[in-house]
Design a protein around this ligand. Structure first.
Ligand code: OFO
Length: 165
């Protein structure tokens, strides 16, 4: 495997672990909101990211390359809301997509057709990753509107009661 591609694969596998840390930190924040379902959802996302990293690690080894694990920057642990965490996540996934696309570009440049085939899985996965977060954001926004709708109904039941004489 070309050294340039090996280095780029290593960079991405480390970024996948960094992604896992980001979602683990989000799960911790969401636990403080009492949203157990979303906490569990982010824990699954954390596990997915570790599996993405693992898939890269196995591939680099399979190709006779050398895995090089780096240190990681601290993830953000504080967020404004669940929606804030979800919007940050979507932006993060867009960055991952940009990086995967760049990896694919390198694989084409060095004419590594096996790597092109391998990377296609990540290209497809990123479509799903972005879609997952986009749909969740839409749902959270809809639920908020629905909540306001119900409160509006309740508040609308108030009637004028004249002062008793
Ligand atoms: Fe590994 O796709 Fe998300 O970050």
């Amino acid at each position: 495997m070309e050294k340039q591609l090996e280095a780029a694969l290593n960079e991405q596998l480390n970024f996948e672990i960094e992604s896992a840390h980001i979602y683990l930190a989000m799960a911790g924040y969401i636990a403080t909101l009492g949203l157990e379902g979303f906490e569990s959802w982010f824990m699954v996302q954390y596990e997915e990211e570790i599996s993405h990293a693992r898939k890269f690690i196995d591939y680099v080894n399979e190709r006779g390359g050398r895995v090089n694990i780096k240190g990681f920057i601290d993830p953000e642990n504080e967020f404004k809301s669940l929606l804030d965490a979800l919007e940050i996540s979507l932006n993060h996934e867009k960055e991952v997509t940009r990086r995967i696309n760049n990896l694919m570009r390198i694989a084409y440049e060095v004419h590594d057709y096996a790597a092109i085939s391998f990377l296609q899985w990540y290209i497809d996965e990123q479509v799903e990753e972005e879609d997952n977060f986009t749909k969740l954001i839409d749902k959270v926004k809809l639920v908020k509107d629905a909540g306001l709708y119900h409160l509006d109904k309740e508040v609308g039941l108030r009637v004028f009661v004249p002062i008793a004489k």
